[in-house]
Design a protein around this ligand. Structure first.
Ligand code: ADP
Length: 164
C-alpha cells in the first residue's frame, strides 16, 4: 500500500488543496492530510476546526477511508515514518512556491533520504488560490464561495463575522 502524507496549514482548506488530493488519489492508495500544529503562526481557525472542515470536505469526494485527516508537530519526516509513508505530497503553484518547496524538499531528503517529496502541479482553475488570499478577499466582503469546498464557505463567513 502506497501512503503519502500531504502536510500543510490548511487555514482553511481550499479547492486548490482538494484538487491536489483528487490528483494524488490516482497515484497513492492512501493520503494522510496532516495539519501542521504551529504555535508560532497565527491562524484564523484552530487545528480542530481545520481538521473538521477537511473531514467534511474530503468526505464529499467519495474516496472513503483512503483519505485520512490528522495533525502533527515536530519533524515531518519522523511523522511520515510513524504513518508508514515514503512520500510527502505537495502542490506546486507559481514560481513563488518553487524556491521554498525546493529548500524544504532538500532539507527533508537530507534528514531522511528514504522519504521522497512528490509535487503535483496546481489545477489552472485554482492556480491563484491560496488560503491567505481567500481569507483576505472574504474579510473585505468578496464572494469566495467557488474557491472553497461547500463546508468551508459558511464557516468562513461565520468566523469573519465573529471576529468583527
Ligand atoms: P503551507 O503553510 O505548508 O504552505 P498550505 O495549506 O498553504 O500550507 O499548503 C499546503 C500545500 O498545498 C502546499 O504544498 C501548497 O503549495 C499546496 N497548495 C495550496 N494551495 C494550492 C492550490 N491552489 N493549488 C495547488 N496546491 C496548493
Amino acid at each position: 500500500m502506497r501512503t503519502a502524507v500531504y502536510p500543510g496549514s490548511f487555514d482553511p482548506i481550499t479547492k486548490g488543496h482538494t484538487s491536489i488530493l483528487a490528483s494524488g488519489m490516482k497515484a497513492f492508495d492512501r493520503i494522510v492530510v496532516a495539519v501542521l500544529h504551529n504555535p508560532r503562526k497565527t491562524a484564523m481557525f484552530t487545528v480542530d476546526e481545520r481538521i473538521e472542515m477537511i473531514r467534511e470536505s474530503t468526505a464529499e469526494m467519495g474516496f472513503g477511508d483512503r483519505i485520512v485527516v490528522d495533525q502533527f508537530d515536530g519533524l515531518l519526516v519522523e511523522y511520515c515514518k510513524q504513518q508508514g509513508a515514503e512520500v510527502i505530497l505537495r502542490g506546486l503553484r507559481a514560481v513563488a512556491d518553487f524556491e521554498y518547496e525546493l529548500q524544504m524538499a532538500n532539507m527533508n531528503r537530507h534528514l531522511n533520504p528514504d522519504v521522497e517529496t512528490v509535487f503535483i502541479m496546481a489545477d489552472d482553475a485554482y492556480f491563484y488560490v491560496s488560503s491567505n488570499l481567500v481569507k483576505e478577499a472574504a474579510k473585505l466582503g468578496g464572494d469566495v464561495s467557488e474557491l472553497v469546498p461547500g463546508p468551508v464557505s459558511d464557516r468562513l463567513q461565520a468566523k469573519i463575522e465573529a471576529q468583527r
